[in-house]
Design a protein around this ligand. Sequence first.
Ligand code: GDP
Length: 443
Amino acid sequence: MFDSLSDRLGGVFERLRGRGALGEADVRTAMREVRIALLEADVALPVARDFVEKVTEQAVGQNVLRSVTPGQQVVKIVHDALVDMLGSDTAELEIAVTPPAVIMLVGLQGSGKTTTTAKLAKLLKKDGKKVMMASLDVNRPAAQEQLAVLGTQTEVATLPIVAGQTPVEIAKRAMSAAKLQGFDVLMLDTAGRLHVDQALMDEMKAVSDIANPAETLLVVDSLTGQDAVNVASNFSEQVPLTGVILTRMDGDARGGAALSMRAVTGKPIKFAGMGEKLDQIEPFHPKRVAGRILGMGDVVSLVERAAESIQAEDAERMAGRLAKGQFDMNDLRSQLAQMRRMGGLGALAGMIPGMKKAQAAMASGAVDEKILLRMDAMIGSMTVKERAKPELLNAKRKIRVAKGSGTTVQDVNKLLKMHQEMQSAMKRLKKMGGLKGMLGMLG
Ligand code: GDP
């Protein structure tokens, strides 16, 4: 899958790789091609636009790491943004609730709902779960029988068919049967339609109200590209989805649906259907898929290693400054950047009292990335002199910094106070024999 996008991006970076330095114009040229590649892969236009903007913002002006080429670095940035777009980590099924955990599958007719219901039931059964499947599809002739056949094939129980019942009635019956017979998981295969209509949505909402599903998974056919994305956006507006399953990924060379889906629904892609057979389903791995799209795993790990060694150098340089009791706004800024990168404390920040507080605040959700970015903007609005000597910041200068960073003087004061606390902690540290002495004490 994804061959064409991968080829296309490969060509873009090939051209970049030959160059010595990478300026804004180079990044913009490369990104124009990335954008075309994404659109050709059938990624939704707004999604492609956002993606390119984000990557451009990150790439332009970024210092190129020593020991990698600018092109390699751009590959890494594009890769990380792809992973981000696809949803970072593999998303698990959330079924740790009082049994029976209900998993409801929704989607259009022919998207692969019934097949996927059986595939998931088989997976869960292998996991030691006691699973029951029920088809609520009273529209398509023989849909319920189809699921019964799949049940026999996979040796998974199915709810006995009672003719003439409505989906809501079947759902009620399935719930009580699953409860009475001690099933861990109840899978509900809902009725599809040829296209999204209100009757379908109302029916799904009614079933959802009764069954209170732990998972409501939208099944979409990845081969339908943009249509899949439209369907997903329609569904996600009406039913509280918890995830998406992309079927027919075995035939999807373009991958646009996968790339847009997460952005459009805001929900993780949990599984990928890879064929008609009942064991052809895989958890969706964003990193693996991003790697496959780029086809440049070696470059990505090269840049990762380079970044690690440079972080180590930075940490050493910082340790030198700290040992002398120095801690200016530039140091604070690089620590904030590290916090942002790592989603937690920077290499040395753990030893700085003020930073520990900041981390606790971050962990509790009181400080999020936006606040870190705001602090960064404030430091960015200071002059070189002010950064080295923050005590220069008088009332007038504070107003200028606040204006320049879109913040308030109050915000600037808070930042200065934080810096001051950290700086005096540094001085105390120095009296205790510096960081080295403290490290020695810690063993
Ligand atoms: P439903 O109407 O949504 O319940 O769709 P079905 O489960 O009946 O699937 C429709 C067709 O798609 C069947 O022929 C399936 O075998 C096929 N199908 C489902 N998932 C996949 C998949 O991941 N890959 C491929 N190649 N075919 C699939």
